[in-house]
Design a protein around this ligand. Structure first.
Ligand code: ATP
Ligand code: MG
Length: 574
């Protein structure tokens, strides 16, 4: 049930559904579906569709079926079925998982309906509403015409129902090679909507199917399979993206022509998600994987749900993003920084704080007794008192961030510099006395003193410092690998082929930077893959599954602030 305080999303599709619920149009309840083709991993655009379809089911005590729309065996694979199932479950866990429609614990498959679809195709032939056509693929295309040019009838259009039935059965029996014949709906070759110009319903493909095996050598096309799969599953609202609007008359024609008992599903269309610096074509994402521009579909730079999960984006933050962008009928492009904002907002509430140093320089505290050490209390999450505290080891030798020290400080630099005091987070005031350099003049060590009276971070005499910096104990620190990510593309619209662009030209060569030996506080040694932390002052970081090999690897999920927005403002002010 909905939490009363939750903002209920509103949009034109939800308004329609609410009307249907009020009228009790579907006494058996509201049933939606999410129907991906298993030819790639799901991306953030699919997340929008998932949140809409599962959201509607959830808000109306209905159900949303996860269905593999697997009618094109050449490009589909079990790996994709598994990743899709995992990603959907992850995204809706604890939110709408009680609405997930499954069959014996597994997704629905359009290919499980092939027998039924075949029977229905025969029925169309018997009703004189479909015929077997021998035109080649090229001729079929050429005969179809264009929106401003009427199509030309196929010479096989007049074929009798009994001859078509015989040929269709022989197509099924495997008598003909790929492309030799098709089954087409007999609608109207002069229809202004080209999708009604005798569309293909079945084609011959001698290829094994990842789910149906070798049983079939003819496969239904999307338009035939989709409406009927919706019908078979009792879908009430079949929600898809705008490009299918022109297919809707065909969706309805098939249901009507078969005289199927009502209720029928109805198709509704919404505007797909486009996002800056993001490419959402599965075909192109597959290219990135195949050309090794990324480490795989779940590379943390990918806009895939798996990539975002690996990068540390909480499922709830992706759902929040989908709610904020809303659902409409007009295509637009959402700024990537909105997604990052949602991720930050979520992690700020939930991520434990820890300290890690990415570019370490050593500090030796000369007045701290040799051999002594102690443990200080670190606050786990100032946003959540119930998260408690942890022990952070402190000693004579520490690491701090190299950029937190300057030998010569400019006027606006308030951090460590010779002769100045700063606060070490949770610890003491620290003052730099001198620097040690190597033969090349590089600073290798900072000689410092501390004030034992400032334990916990405040001076009893009211002395103030202008900066607080993070640190780790040199003796106890864990060496960790940190992967820093930037945008995968440098262009706001990487796949703007209209403008003559090629996404390959805008691949960012600096999208991954590896810090091989960062230093982290030892509490992180217990960190599990998938856990996200705030490295104080640096950003949010997620334990990568590569850590399983023993050494911890972190992915930067997102920086603490929106650097991009900052730059944009700076550019405007100039
Ligand atoms: P591609 O063309 O890249 O293969 P697709 O849209 O064909 O992607 P499907 O697997 O058919 O991918 O998509 C499953 C569902 O997700 C469909 O209902 C589709 O409309 C929806 N969907 C796909 N991309 C987006 C997007 N960018 N925004 C919203 N919904 C989307
Ligand atoms: Mg598709």
């Amino acid at each position: 049930m909905d939490n009363a305080s939750e903002n209920k999303p509103q949009d034109f599709i939800r308004a329609i559904v609410t009307g249907h619920v009020r009228e009790q149009k579907f006494p058996a309840g509201i049933v939606t579906r999410f129907p991906p083709e298993p030819n790639g991993y799901l991306h953030i655009g699919h997340a929008k569709s998932i949140c809409l379809n599962f959201g509607i089911a959830r808000e109306n005590q209905g159900r949303c079926n996860l269905r593999m729309d697997d009618t094109n065996p050449a490009k589909e694979e079990v790996e994709y079925v598994d990743s899709i199932t995992g990603d959907v479950n992850w995204l809706i866990a604890g939110w709408a998982d009680h609405c997930l429609g499954l069959k014996d614990g597994a997704p629905f498959f359009a290919s499980d309906y092939f027998d039924r679809l075949y029977e229905l195709a025969e029925e169309l032939i018997k009703k004189d509403k479909a015929y077997v056509c021998d035109l080649s693929a090229e001729d079929t295309d050429a005969f179809r015409g264009a929106p401003d040019k009427p199509g030309k009838e196929s010479p096989f259009r007049g074929r009798s129902s009994s001859e078509s039935l015989d040929l269709f059965r022989r197509m099924k029996a495997g008598e003909f090679p790929n492309g030799a014949r098709t089954l087409r709906a007999r609608i109207n070759m002069a229809a202004p909507n080209v999708w009604l110009r005798d569309p293909l319903l079945y084609r011959i493909r001698h290829v094994e199917h990842h789910h149906a095996g070798n049983k079939w050598c003819i496969y239904p096309l999307y338009d035939f399979a989709h409406c009927l799969s919706d019908y078979i599953e009792g879908i009430t609202h079949s929600i898809c993206t705008l490009e299918f609007e022109v297919h809707r008359p065909l969706y309805d024609w098939i249901l009507e022509s078969l005289d199927l008992p009502r209720p029928w599903p109805h198709q509704y269309e919404f505007a797909r998600l486009n996002m800056t610096y993001t490419m959402m074509s599965k075909r192109r994402l597959l290219e990135l994987v195949q050309k090794k521009n990324v480490s795989g579909w779940d590379d943390p730079r990918m806009p895939t749900i798996s990539g975002m999960r690996r990068r540390g984006y909480p499922a709830a933050s992706i759902r929040e993003f989908c709610q904020r962008i809303g659902v409409g009928k007009v295509e637009n492009t959402i700024d990537l920084s909105l997604l990052e904002f949602c991720v930050r907002e979520d992690l700020n509430k939930t991520a434990p704080r820890v300290m890690a140093v990415l570019d370490p320089v050593k500090v030796v505290i000369e007045n701290y007794p040799v051999g002594q050490s102690e443990e200080l209390d670190g606050v786990n999450n100032p946003e959540d008192p119930s998260a408690g505290t942890r022990k952070v080891p402190f000693g004579r030798e520490l690491f701090i961030e190299r950029e937190d020290f300057r030998e010569v400080a400019s006027k606006d630099f308030f951090r460590l510099t010779p002769g100045r005091e700063v606060r070490l987070r949770y610890a003491y005031f620290l003052k730099c006395e001198s620097v040690v350099k190597d033969d090349q003049g590089n600073i290798i060590e900072l000689r410092c003193t501390y004030d034992p009276a400032t334990r916990g971070g405040n001076s009893p005499d009211g002395r103030k410092v202008k900066a607080t910096i993070h640190w780790v104990s040199a003796e106890k620190a864990a060496g960790v690998e940190v992967r820093l990510y930037e945008k995968l593309f440098t262009a706001p619209d990487p796949s703007d082929v209209k403008a003559g662009g090629d996404y390959k030209d805008s691949l960012n060569p600096y999208s991954l930077k590896v810090v091989a030996d960062a230093k982290a506080e030892p509490s992180l040694l217990a960190a599990r893959p998938g856990a996200v932390y705030q490295f104080e002052r640096l950003g949010y970081f997620c334990v990568d599954p590569d850590s399983a090999s023993g050494r911890l690897v972190f992915n930067r999920t997102v920086s603490l602030k929106d650097e991009f927005a900052k730059h944009k403002v700076a550019a405007v002010q100039k």
